[in-house]
Design a binder for this molecule. Sequence first.
Ligand SMILES: *Cc1c(COP(=O)(O)O)cnc(C)c1O
Length: 219
Amino acid sequence: MIHNNLTNIRSKMGENVTLVAVSKTKPMSMLQEAYDAGQRVFGENKVQEMVEKYEQMPKDIKWHMIGHLQSNKVKYIAPFVDLIHGVDSLKLLEEINKQAKKNHRIISCLLQFHIAQEETKFGLSLEEAESLLSGEAFPALQNIQIAGVMGMATFTEDTEQVRKEFKSLKSHFEVLKSKYFPLQNTFTEISMGMSDDYQIAMEEGSTLIRVGSKIFGSR
Ligand SMILES: *Cc1c(COP(=O)(O)O)cnc(C)c1O
């Protein structure tokens, strides 16, 4: 089942897209099934759950933190996390930097943008992201790398609305790339698209799709 789901999703993906298998709430046996089908990138949204799964699963897995991360919990994932998708404050970035340094690592992060109509979702505006990147504190953060942007579209049947929001995230990405990362090939990722909208997201330039229920079943 999981194997077929992965095959189906992969058949729709372009070469520049990476599939993050969102395994939150799912048991280790299901992660193992995905692993056996070749999946190596997994996304979790809770620190403790991710640590437990990291400890029990094979060590060639890349673990992506996709949920809202509290500063006081960064230390638990800093030794192994591959990418943190949901960075939306300087305070959090500074803590990630501090913990990365302790672990002699450089941790890749994505800036999360608020692109949906809903009020509840976390994320920066373009102005806030620009003030973070141009601020005095930013150049001192030597143990983090901003690898791109992340966003979640509104939960709606209105696919044109969803498409519009993905376009706005792509446009934020282009602005930041040209202004703050013009010469680096390290600012490359656009994390957008979930089970219900990953195809629209890929059409609008997603490089990382975060798919849970279409792989593992509903939660
Ligand atoms: C749960 C979650 C997903 C995956 O959602 P599905 O609809 O099950 O694919 C993707 N991104 C984030 C940030 C999530 O929390």
